[in-house]
Design a protein around this ligand. Structure first.
Ligand SMILES: Nc1nc2c(c(=O)[nH]1)N[C@H]1C(S)=C(S)[C@@H](COP(=O)(O)O)O[C@H]1N2
Ligand SMILES: [Mo]
Length: 449
């Protein structure tokens, strides 16, 4: 599987999100408001072509970065605890979650996308976690937050955060993906970069109490109570039905921890439901109530939203598991390969049904496949990092990844998916993504016919 690694490793220019400044973003957003088609792609291309391609250092002249001692090697650095809570290097300031310009009317009912193309490993730094709010986010006082259990339970009960946090907790790594992730791409290429095609996806270590523990404490009727309703405390009235079988498995958590600290306010502080494998909308934030019942509630976000429009015009409801999916994050849309030679193709794979078993990578649009390396740990309902060696010969290439999960399910091509689902859905697009590497080195989002 190894290729010979040439002496000069290939160099990469980052995707446009990493260098578009605030001004440029505002221009793009304004154009979007005026309804200009292809605004995003157009603006990004313009911004990208205005940049000078970095030139290799004239080695013969000697590299001043080695020959001259920098200040940080001779001076006194900064003091401990200069920042009581540390933040990223100023040189990483362009690595941000970003709203897609013009996607929504307001920023309270909107989404920001995680910069997948800039991340390593599987964990999403909490400050870069994607956001989806239906009615804005809140920083709720945990001392005043209350969580209620009612419905088919012997002893309905209200918990404070302190009471919940006294109970035995578990910590587990899971991905969360909005059901609408990649939703703009059903019909055609819509957005230029992996941040916008796949960035409604994040992965954290969550800490919390298994919901089953609390239901048992309240004497829930686990025989006739086939479902629970989860309700958030924000103004969106977000309510979702969760099948009791998932809860009995012990996987569903009343989570307060995220990556070793309390949840971020944007992600539901102080309490959110974690429903591994299930689409993001069911991971209710600012969780204030669980009701046990014997049938689905058919809430607004189950009847008219988060449903799958099928080609025959019918809607499919309660299709909430996020099926096996993957994406190459480098090279990916908007990046530019600056020279031929070795590149490590790298990406993420996940499945709402368990572990990723295997990822295959093609550089010729799916004609030939090689099996990629999976980076340990490979965990259930969690992101898995894969990589494979590639020597770019300077010719155009079509890069794809295809994941298979432990159930044997194989990620479909667009052709296969559209044959069953049509082209007009929003949710649950898990098709194989294609990135076209052009001879110029520019990487583009394309759909193969
Ligand atoms: N209370 C509440 N919970 C919510 C939402 C919301 O708007 N309010 N949005 C849902 C949707 S659609 C998604 S995809 C996830 C997003 O979680 P995140 O913002 O932490 O990424 O939260 C879900 N839980
Ligand atoms: Mo969502």
């Amino acid at each position: 599987m190894n290729v010979n690694i040439p002496i000069e490793p290939g160099r990469l220019r980052k995707a446009p999100e990493n260098f578009l400044d605030r001004q440029a973003i505002q221009t793009v957003a304004a154009q979007a408001k005026n309804g200009r088609r292809d605004f995003l792609r157009g603006a990004f291309t313009a911004a990208a072509s205005g940049l000078a391609v970095p030139v290799a250092l004239a080695q013969s002249a000697g590299d001043p970065n080695i020959l001259t001692l920098p200040e940080h090697s001779t001076g006194l650095g900064q003091a401990v605890a200069t920042d009581g809570y540390g933040k990223p290097s100023k040189y990483e300031a362009n690595v941000q979650r970003r709203p897609s310009p013009g996607l929504t009317q307001t920023r309270q009912a909107s989404v920001s996308f995680a910069p997948l193309q800039s991340l390593f490993g599987i964990v999403t730094p909490s400050g870069l976690h994607f956001e989806r709010h239906h009615q804005g986010w809140w920083d709720i006082d945990p001392a005043k937050h209350r969580f209620m259990v009612n419905g088919m339970v012997k002893a309905p009960r209200v918990f404070s955060m302190d009471e919940l946090m006294r109970l035995p907790a578990v910590s587990r790594f899971h991905f969360i993906e909005c059901g609408a992730n990649t939703g703009m791409e059903w019909g055609n290429v819509a957005v230029p970069t992996c941040q916008y095609t796949h960035g409604m996806l994040s992965c954290s270590e969550f800490t919390g109490v298994p919901l089953i523990t609390v239901l048992e404490q309240c004497g829930a009727d686990l025989k006739n109570g086939k479902f629970v309703l989860a309700e958030g405390a924000d103004g969106s009235g977000m309510t979702r039905t969760i099948p009791m079988d998932l809860i009995k498995s012990g996987e569903v958590l009343l989570a307060y921890g995220q990556n070793g600290e309390m949840l971020r306010p944007e992600n539901g502080y102080p309490l959110r439901l974690v429903v591994p494998g299930v689409q993001g909308v069911s991971w209710i934030k600012y969780l204030r109530r669980i009701e046990v019942g014997d049938k689905p509630w058919a809430a607004k976000d189950e009847e008219v939203h988060y449903i799958d429009l099928m080609p025959d015009g019918q809607h499919r409801q309660y299709s909430s598991i996020q099926e096996c999916k993957s994406v190459v994050t480098t090279p990916s849309g908007g990046q530019v390969l600056l020279d031929k030679g070795f590149f490590s193709i790298s990406g993420l794979a996940w499945s709402g049904r368990g572990k990723v078993k295997r990822v295959d990578v093609s550089v010729d649009g799916g004609r030939n496949w090689r099996t990629a390396r999976l980076e340990a740990p490979v965990m259930s309902k969690c992101l898995t990092r894969f990589s494979i060696d590639w020597a770019w010969d300077g010719k155009s290439a079509l890069i794809q990844s295809r994941a298979t999960d432990e159930t044997g399910y194989v990620q479909p091509t667009y052709q296969q998916l559209r044959a069953v689902r049509g082209k007009r859905s929003i949710y649950h697009n898990n098709a194989i993504q294609t990135w076209l590497v052009q001879e110029s080195g520019e990487v583009k989002n394309v759909h193969l016919a």
